[in-house]
Structures are given as C-alpha cells and as structure tokens.
Ligand binder design. Structure first.
Ligand code: BV8
Ligand code: ZN
Length: 306
C-alpha cells in the first residue's frame, strides 16, 4: 500500500474504532478473486451482463416464458459457484461477525451486519469456517459455555437470495441443494452459455417435466434468487440496520442496482461514515465516501483489518 493509503488506513481504523453499528454492503467484486477461473462479475470486464442479457434471463417474465433457458443459465452459474472457495476478503468480513474479533477493531461495537447482493453463499461458507475454527475442540460447540455469542445472530443478509436454493413455484417450499446437475437433462444441456450465446447457437429446449421439481408437491422449482422487479429479501430488517449504522463499508459493488445502491448514501446522510473498497471506484461513489481504498479487496481488507 502506498504511504497515503497507510495514513488513510489509519484514519479509517480510527473511525472504525469509535463505531457502534457497523454494516458492510457487498457485491460481486467481493467474490471476484474466488474460484480458479474467477466468478465473472456483472458489469466490469467481460462481466455476465455484457455477454448475456441478464435482465432477459434474471426475471420472472423470462422464467415464465422459457424456464428451460433460464434453468440452463442458472445451471451454468451454479457450476461456476460450486468451483469457488471463499477468498481472503470473505474471511475478513466473516471475522467481523464475531464480537470477540470485532471488539479488537471497534471496542464499542454493538452490532454488525453484512448485507450482500451476492447469491454464491461464499460469505456464509466463510463465516462457517470462522466458527468451526473457533469452536473446534470446545465442548458442545462452545456456544452455551460462553457469556458472549460466538457470532452476531443473523449477521448475514443475502438480500438477492441464494443460488443453491430451490424454491417451489407453487407451495413455496424452499431447500438448499448444491448437487449438480439438478436433473439429468440439465447435465446433457451443459452448454457454456457465455460461448453459446456469443456463438448464437440455440440452447437445447428441455421439457418442463425434466427441469428441477419441488420435492414436496412436484411442481416446477425455480432458483431461490431475487429477480429484477422482485422484492429483495429482509427489506424491513435492512432498513432498520441502515437507519442505525454509523459505519458502512461498501465492498466490490458498482452500486447500480437499487435498493442496495441507496444504503451507503442513507448511512452518510445520517452522519455515519462510508469506506469504499473497489478495484475501480466510480467518481460518484468516491464523492459519497469518507475513505476510498482503490484496489483488490482480497488484498486491501486483510492489509487494513488483519
Ligand atoms: C426491486 C440475483 C421493487 C439474480 C440480482 C430504473 C431505474 C432505477 C432502478 C430501477 C429501474 N428499473 C427497475 C429498477 C429496480 C431494479 C434496478 O435497480 N435495476 C437497475 C439495473 C437499473 N432493482 C430491482 O429490480 C430490485 N427489486 O426494486 O423490486 C420492489 C421493492 C420493494 C417491494 C416490492 C418490489 C431487485 C434487484 C435484484 C436483481 N437480482 N441478482 C442473479 O444474480 O441472477 S442483481 C445482481 O446484479 C447482483 O445481485 C447485484 O445486485 C447486481 C450486480 O452488481 P454488483 O454486485 O455491484 O456487481 P458488478 O459486476 O456490477 O460490480 C462489481 C464491482 O466490483 C465493480 O465496481 C468492480 O470495480 C468491483 N470489483 C471487481 N473486482 C474487484 C472489485 N472490487 C474490489 N476487489 C475486487 N477484486
Ligand atoms: Zn411445492
């Protein structure tokens, strides 16, 4: 880190030290370093949205019209995400869910929440790994024998859903399923969408009965994600978290999708501080932040919050 970044990091750490309600808003950049081939982000580089028209695929209308194509898109995304492992940035954010750690960087902290737009489960997996490392060898997972909780309850809010969740289109039964392919037909159609879309070849049309079905009632299942124009999850909790927050870290997001893109501004408007961690921050986001760390979050975060 350059000298100015070191001083800047010191000023950020001082502000964090006096924070009570800390919130992280995360996007695809948090996971960009994960998995060998990387999980394509949506906007930067050859991101998913550039190559595939995500609104043509990530919407209830598209699913109604062509569940076979939409399921092939999510089959591809699931396989990408199944290759991925949490990276160092996920690890730092996961540690902040642990009061024992958080009080070393923010002694007065009373709450921590991660509000993530990511659907890849990597932050949840990173937190599980942190808890395992803390409780391995303790009697009955150590939860009951400690005055303080090991982790803040419900600290991770996956507001755009979870890629590995299967949600019934009828009875709403929802279950996580990380197996692949979910049905033999999806395995056969295992087209690499980023190329077939470019190549313009038609995807295989899978009959609806050969698409994922609900284990309870047998109806067609859909990916447990929030599509465009669908209501994000946990909005009421998020609104009260954002209202109370006095420190907001914005990590790896282009802040183009609402309502996630409004949260940092709302924290700052009420006098809270905003710290931006982005490879290539936009002028608008820089103007809306008190601290700006330009670079890969998987390098910056462990360096600034060891
Ligand atoms: C809603 C799940 C109403 C599915 C996703 C017109 C104007 C304004 C708004 C709207 C409008 N028309 C419609 C809307 C609303 C719409 C919206 O905002 N559209 C935008 C596109 C204009 N929003 C909605 O529809 C939302 N719902 O509003 O409902 C409602 C409200 C209340 C009650 C009832 C109804 C729902 C949106 C959710 C859509 N689902 N995902 C799936 O993924 O398949 S969105 C998806 O795309 C992500 O979840 C995320 O939100 C977004 C991608 O953004 P990022 O995560 O930021 O990723 P991106 O690639 O863009 O950026 C990566 C960043 O990381 C870059 O800045 C890069 O520089 C940086 N980076 C890269 N590498 C690194 C890095 N930084 C650090 N380190 C690195 N290594
Ligand atoms: Zn069902």
């Amino acid at each position: 880190m350059t000298m100015s970044t070191v001083e800047h990091a010191g000023a950020f750490r001082d502000a964090l030290r006096s924070s009570k309600h800390i919130v992280v808003i995360a996007g695809a950049g948090l996971s960009a370093a994960s998995a060998s081939k990387g999980i394509p982000t949506y906007h930067d580089g050859g991101g998913l949205w550039r190559t595939l028209d995500a609104t043509a695929l990530a919407s209830p209308e598209a699913f109604r019209e062509n569940p076979s194509l939409v399921w092939q898109f999510y089959h591809y995304r699931r396989n990408k995400a199944l290759e991925a492992k949490p990276n160092a940035a996920h690890g730092v954010v996961a540690k902040m869910s642990v009061p024992q750690y958080l009080e070393t960087v923010a002694p007065g902290a009373q709450s921590f929440h991660l509000i993530t737009q990511n659907i890849d489960r990597l932050s949840a997996d990173a937190l599980q790994a942190v808890v395992r490392s803390m409780t391995s060898g303790l009697p009955n997972s150590g939860q009951s024998t400690r005055a303080k909780p090991i982790v803040y309850k419900n600290s991770i809010l996956e507001m755009h859903g979870r890629l590995f969740d299967l949600q019934c289109t009828q009875c709403k039964y929802c279950v996580e399923d990380r197996s692949t392919p979910l049905t033999p037909a999806l395995g056969v159609a295992d087209a690499d969408l980023l190329t077939y879309q470019d190549a313009g070849t038609k995807p295989i049309n899978i009959p609806e009965e050969q698409l994922p079905r609900c284990a309870k009632c047998g109806a067609l299942a859909r990916p447990g994600v929030v599509w465009f124009n669908e209501r994000p999850l946990y909005l009421d909790e998020i609104n009260s978290i954002v209202y109370k927050a006095d420190m907001c870290l914005v990590i790896g997001t282009s802040s183009q999708v609402r309502p996630a893109s409004t949260y940092a501004y709302r924290v700052r408007r009420r006098g809270g501080k905003v710290a931006l961690f982005n490879m290539d921050p936009s002028e608008k986001d820089i103007a809306g932040a008190d601290f700006v760390f330009k670079g890969p979050c998987e390098v910056l975060l462990p360096a600034i919050l060891p």
